[in-house]
Design a protein around this ligand. Sequence first.
Ligand SMILES: [Fe+2]
Length: 145
Amino acid sequence: MAGYELIVWSDDLVTGVTEIDEQHRILVNSINEANTRLSNSQVNAEILEKITSDLLSYALYHFETEEELMQKYHYVEAQGEDSARHQKQHREFSATVVAVREGIKMGKLMSREDLLTFLNGWLINHILNTDKKLGAYIVAKRSSQ
Ligand SMILES: [Fe+2]
């Protein structure tokens, strides 16, 4: 499967934390919408700016939700390394999208394939390897309360 095909939601992506899963579905939908939009029209600076701007705002809001949950359930104290790695991945994603946006402003357009390969790959990898760990931790905390 090419890295820039539409993401198909599956149970593998479920973290078990309702608010995180709802936001992940919204993220998947908006990446898929961007994918469809980019395949139906000529890639230009205006479309890329709009897509990356909307995506960055929602991603930042979503990272904040996860990081507030980390604080609330003392993930930082209990799983220091995982928590640090997790938050670092959030920062790196945001920094990459900001860099892509800087590039667009300077006339360096990213292709649909490259943008989608990055977005799809990052999100799926992050959910499977990082968010699911946080999810399992929060589910255990909630069930013991
Ligand atoms: Fe995350």
